[in-house]
Design a protein around this ligand. Sequence first.
Ligand code: IPM
Ligand code: MG
Length: 358
Amino acid sequence: MPEKILLLPGDGIGPEVIDEAARVLDRVGEKFDLDLSVDTALLGGRALDETGSPLPEETLARARMADAILLGAVGGPKWDGVERELRPEKGLLGIRKSLDLFANLRPAILYSQLAGASTLKPEVVADLDILIVRELTGGIYFGEPRGVRTNERGEREGYNTYVYSESEIRRIARVAFEAAQKRGGRLCSVDKSNVLEVTALWKEVVTDMAAGYPDVELSHMLVDNAAMQLVRAPKQFDVIVTGNMFGDILSDAASMLTGSIGMLPSASLNAGNQGMYEPCHGSAPDIAGQGVANPLAAILSAAMMFRYTFNRGDIAECIERAVVATLDRGLRTADIAGEGESAVSTREMGEAVVAAIG
Ligand code: IPM
Ligand code: MG
C-alpha cells in the first residue's frame, strides 16, 4: 500500500514553497525506495474562486483518505471582503476541525548559521530549541455561541465563547507531557487563570495529570508573563502547552526569536497520527509569485511528516541534515540573508536541499 500524501498548496507563496517540498518528497522517495502516492487539491482562496468554497467537498474527501497532508498557506487581500463563512481561513480551520487535528506542534529552533538573523542578542537566542504544543480544534476559535448581535440598547456587539472540556484539556496535555519526556523533561502550561475560569480549569486538569509523569517538571505561567519571558529569556522553556488562541500568538513570537518565520515547520496531529504539516508562515501576498519565498519551513514540515505520521525519524533527519548543509554552504533566501549577503530564489534553495539529500 502506498503512503498517501495530499498536497494543498493554497494561496500566495503556498504553491511556490510546496513545489520545493514536493521535489524533496520525490528525492527521498527515490533514495529510500518509498512507495509514495502524491496528489494535489484545492484549499483556501483559490478553491473559493474555482469552486465557490474555501474547503471543497472533494478536497475534504481526499484529505480524509490521505495519511498525511502537506499544506502551503491560505488567504490574501484579494479575499478580505469575502463574508466570514467563505473566507480562505475558514477552509483551513474547517480541515483542522473535520480531521480532529487537535495537537499542533510548533518547534522554534535557532540554526546557529542564522544567529545573526534574530532581532534578539545572540547570547539570548543561541542554541534555542523550544516546542510549543498548541491546542488546535477548540477554545475560543470554535466555541459557541458566537456572532454579532444587537443588544437591548440597540447597539451591535460581537461575542465569542472560550470553552474547553476536561477531555479536550487532557488529550492535549498528554501530548505535551509525552513530548517533554522525549526532550528536556520540562513542561510549562500557559493560562490566564487569574481572570478566566476556562483556563483555571485548564491549570487544574494539567496539574492533576502531573502525577502520571514524575519525570516531567511541570510549571505554570500566565500568558502575559509568558509573552514577556519569551522575548526576555526564551531558553528557560523546553515545552510549552497552551490553548488555541494563546498558542497562535505565542508561536508567532517564538518564531521571530529564530530570525525568520520562514524557517519554522509545524505538525497538526489527530489521535490516529494522521497529520497535516504546514509552515508557520502565512501566504505572504506581498512577495507571492516572485520566486523569493523561503521554502525551508515547507521542506522542514515534510521532514516532520516522516517523523510523526510515517514513523521514519531517519528520513526526517536526512532532510533536516540537508537543510543544515545548505545553510552551511551559505545559501540564504531574502528573509534570512544578512546585510550584504546576496539572496537565492525559492527554486535555488529547494534545488540545493535536494542536491544535499544526495
Ligand atoms: C496559524 C494561523 C491561523 C490560525 C489563521 C490563518 C486562521 O494564524 O496557523 O497560526 O489562527 O490558526
Ligand atoms: Mg498564527
